[in-house]
Write a protein that binds this ligand. Sequence first.
Ligand code: PLP
Length: 482
Amino acid sequence: MIEKIKELEKLSGVLSPSAAQRANWNSRVLQYAETFRSGLDKDKAYYSSADKGKGIYDFDITEEPTELDSLIEAVEDNIDRVGINPASAGYLGYIPGGGLYPSALGDYMAAVSNKYAGIFFAAPGAVRLENMLLRWMCRLMGFPETSAGNLTSGGSIANLIAIVTAREAHGLKARDFENAVIYLSEQAHHSLQKAIRIAGMAEAHLRYIPMDGNLRLSAAELEKQIARDKEAGLIPFFINTSIGTTNTGAVDPVNSIADIAEKYGLWLHIDAAYGGFFKLVPELQDKFEGVERADSITLDPHKSLFLPFGTGAVLVKNKKALLEVHHYLADYMQDTRSENEELSPADISPELTKHFRGMRLWLPLKLFGLKAFRAALEEKVYLARYFHQEIQKVKGFEVGPEPELSVTMFRYVPENGSRSNEINKELLEELKNDGRIFLSSTSIKGVFWIRVAILIYRTHLSQVELLLQILQEKIMGLEKKK
Ligand SMILES: *Cc1c(COP(=O)(O)O)cnc(C)c1O
């Protein structure tokens, strides 16, 4: 048996590479990172490709090891240069991310030490760091010290945690679900509907409240609907509002909605996955009037703090309900109960073992300081306003509402007014083929709009000027072709 063990030890020993081997791999990966990062200025925001990364299938799992060089090449050819490039300054589609470089280093550090950040007992320092970040977010949103929060993988899980916590806080049981009512606007993010189904509440009534002319949820219509539902004997319990809808960046009138939530005793959730960190910009404070009155808020550092994908956050005032729905004591965890000075992430989230994602957030915030983030966010707002102003000067283009944050939309209307939807689809396709700037589209009441979402920290005036130039060139080409 000893012999067998020794033999296995020799074979498995390669899993602990020597210092020389580590240095070799480190420098190769760093070289990859430098090539990628320094190439970003020339790189495209979108790569059209025929095989869409199929070459990666040549690198299926095998018994024998493969050299790092060929693996990195496979990544460059089949992953990096295929599809959307969300690190590019020209990526202005959907809700961009960017991916701050120090976050990659934070991820590296977290993965090297592999601290167990789910439970206070296991990694008190790591849990303190994450809770400190969440307390900072609570202060930013005007939530009291007694609130709790969790760093999630993204806004979807944050919304799910909010829904199940509200369900618990209202004491709703399965038999109540078909009478429960949830209020949201047509512009609410689809992750909310998804969360409602995962929460087992597919039978609940979803009330899509009409919007005002600027695509914000109408508080007056909301109140009328709640009153009607109460009268009908239903159980109104949850209002979802948005600070920055994904589609158009609209900010709901949170303060007036908070009045209604208070009056009728409903849970007020703010989905601020896109817009939340614009609270850092002094000029935008009026958009956030009443945020502190919410019961829960979803934030997405991988959107408006420019982090790489995989970091969201949820803040909740009712810590007790948050714990009641997520907290669990298993026998094999009995050693972990004592000495809990801080809330453990595992007690307030569906996750147990998790990535120590606080590191990727803390490192850039500390290395750059908050004022750099404030400036970057304010710059994006001005860039969106500038685009909105300039595109109107180009003959034939019309715009959506004045951007509230950094999303704006526009479309081209041909002189005779016909084929407008088609020509805008063609325009978007032309942009995609060109690849320097990537935009996405949306439909509002059957009308096709092109969106410009400015949220990459690397996006500056030159990209907006380039976009204006490309749009004029492409539309001239399309008009000539007709
Ligand atoms: C992106 C987004 C979500 C979903 O967040 P993920 O991080 O993609 O899971 C939810 N709500 C809004 C308003 C969003 O913009």
